[in-house]
Structure formats: C-alpha cells, structure tokens
Write a protein that binds this ligand. Sequence first.
Ligand code: FUB
Length: 457
Amino acid sequence: MKNKTILIQGKAQILKLVFIWCFILFTGFSFGQNPIIRDQFTADPSARVINGKVFVFPSHDIIAPEGKNLRPNWFCMEDYHVFSSENLTDWIDHGIIVSQYDAPWIDSSSYSMWAPDCIERNGKYYFYYPARSNEGNRRGSRIGVAVAENPEGPYNPQPKPIENVIGIDPAMFIDHDGQAYLYWSLGNLFVAKLKDNMLELDSEVKIIEEMPKEGLKEGPYLFERNGIYYMTYPHVENGTERLEYAIGDNPMGPFKFAGVIMDESPTGCWTNHQSIIEYKNQWYLFYHHNDYSPKFDKNRSIRVDSLFFNTDGTIQKVSPTLRGVGVADAKQKIQIDRYSHLSETGASIAFHDTLDTFKGWKTILENKDSWIQYNTVDFGKKKLKKVQVKATSEVGSTLEIRLDKVNGSVISEIEIPAGSDWEIVKAGTIKMKKGIHNIVVILKGNAAEIDWVRFEK
Ligand code: FUB
C-alpha cells in the first residue's frame, strides 16, 4: 500500500514538473528576482546544494482557513513544498513533500509546521521539521524526520518525533569526519550529536550558552568554511529580528559573537530566517521578507542575495535587494520593477492589484528623465534587433532604453500611445550589443507605467 502511494506521489510529481516547464515556456517569465517564489507564500528557506542544483526547503505560510479556531494574526502552516533551481533564476516547485496529516504524532489541527531543514547522508535525504505534538503530556513543539531516496521526494515521515528534543527550527550539519549534528531553538539555541541513522540523538543536549542573553533568538543554522564554524541565527537586538553570527572551531561551540549579516527588515517583517550556501564558487544568503503581504508579516516570501567574506573570514553585511541573483534572459519578460537602482525622484514601484499581490508589481515613472535600472541581462550571442515593452500612459509618452548605465548608449526609443489600457509596444534597437549587460529605462515624455521589457531577434 505504502509503495503504491509512493508511486502515485512520484507520478504526480512528474506531471507537476511537466506542467511547470510548460508554464515557464509559454508565459516566458523569469523568476530570478526577489522574492524567488512568486505564486505562494514561503518562509524560513533552508537551501542545500544537491547533485549540482540548489534545493530550497522553506516553510509554507498560508492564510488561515476559516472555522479552524486558530490563533488570530499568527503563523499558519499546513505543509512543506521543496523547490529547486540550476541557475537561481528558474525555480521548480516539486509540490508538497510533508503535511501535518502525514504522521500520527502531529496535532493535525495545529497548522504549526515551522522552519524545516533537509540534509543528504549516504544517498538518503533526511527532512527535519517541527510540528505540534498531540501526544499526552508532550504536546509542545517536537521535531519529526521524513526520509526520501531523492531530494524532491517522496518523503516517508517517521511515526515518532525525535526523542529528547522539544523545540522548533531544526537545522542540520555534517562535519568532515561524518558526525551529524542537530540544532534547534526554544528560547535558547541547542545542539546535539545524531547517531548514524540520523533519527536519534547520540549525545546530551547542549545549550549554546554564548548567545545574546536579551532578545529572542531562534533559527540556528551552522556552516563551515576554511575551518571556521559559523553559527548564524536571527536575534531581536532592537525592534525586529536581524541576522547575526558567531564563530568557533567546533560545531558544538563555544562560539564568539562576530557580527550582523543582515539588518532588520526594511519591509517591517518581524521575523527573518537564514541559510547560507556556496554554489558554483559564489556564496549566497537565503532569507525572507513579507514582500507579497506588506500589511501582515506572517505571510512571508523567500529571497536570495550574494554574500561575501572578508579575507579574515568575517562576513560582509548583506543588503537585501529586489534584483536578487542570477542572470535574466533578454528574450524573456524582464520585470524591471525588481530593479537594481532607481532614480532619486519620479520613479517608484507598486502592486498591479493590491487585492491580489501575486499579480506582481509595475514600475511608475512620473518625472522626465526619471529611470529604473535592471542589471545582468543576457542578450545572447546574436544581436537582438527588436524590443517589446508592456506599458501604459494616459496621455502618451516616450521611453528610452540605455545599455549598462544611465548615461550608456541608447539602444531603443519607444513611443507609448495615449490610453488607459496596457499596450505591448514594439520598437527596433540600435547599437545593440551581445552578452551580459544592464538595462536602464528612462522616461522622456509624460508619466508612464511599465510592466515588463523583452527583446527579440
Ligand atoms: O516560520 C515560523 C517561525 O518564524 C520560524 O520557525 C522562525 O524561525 C521564524 O521565522
């Protein structure tokens, strides 16, 4: 019966994959910018490099269903999806891997499947997740494990949570000597060794004492680089969580405070939650803000930005960006509202529809010479001779597109007809270059709004 279920889940996942690729091909959107998942809320991203791809295991915020007697204005999470990407631009949703209905110990009315993590060991994938337990006197948050043969699943949840672990935000680390460690939080940050089976503790639980005494800390995530063990964690030093780190020479500490990785969220999101990976010789910070839900910060969205080290091994502070990482294909619709830079006045972004924020954003250019710059667009190996812009302007306007910088060479001038509807306007290009460049869209006439820009042969 179990095998049959796994087979059906496997088939469903293949069908979903085919659907997603068709969606990407036919809509022609690039999903590389921040936030990286653009059709559902996601939070607490745990990124892992597996088989040459990046897999992200986030938690999945939802709007609380009515009639379930849930705590108002609080987190609501019923299940987990996993996402993967080879280029950090196009993300595939592999669907639900574990839900609150999948293991007998989970209180399936609690909607409390908070931050998870996943790690590979000996060809198996171990997915760790917190959930509220329904077991008699142990009803708090416990940590369960689900095991799979492939990172995208299907996952087989263990019937019991891990013994002697009470808390949230599990995170895993396997050291060079093969020893696995489990980290988690509940007021303090904790660590314990795991047995080879990855399902049971193999040491006493240790409180990581060296953490800040004041202000909530949670979400421990440890990685190693050049013999330094980096213990990273969100901590409320002032108003909301910021990402901090401490370093040590052992996965169990002691650690010494070393700095702030990311300041408090500019979008007002009270939580943040991090993971840090190296992929294709670049380090990345995965984190979350509440981009699609500015008024309710328990509906969050995951993001990624590049992270750099100083020569002494300390981490340079990461400023959150909308552009994110990855190269945008010039032939796909480029959503310039995920900009790299913006003129100081006359340029802004807004939701297309504040009642359905997943419809995305638009750029508004109001003053003559106001501009928006979008970096790292791949124009390919042959010069692209045409450009399309989806735009609207009440009284008609002119846009200029320049290459690389605000005073770079003009590659197109586009006339936007007067009207209140969105129009897809086409124009030719001049002095076009091949390869990777930035684009700058500049307003040369009356106010206009822009949805996307795309280049073609
Ligand atoms: O997603 C619910 C909780 O918010 C996580 O477990 C914490 O780390 C914080 O991000």
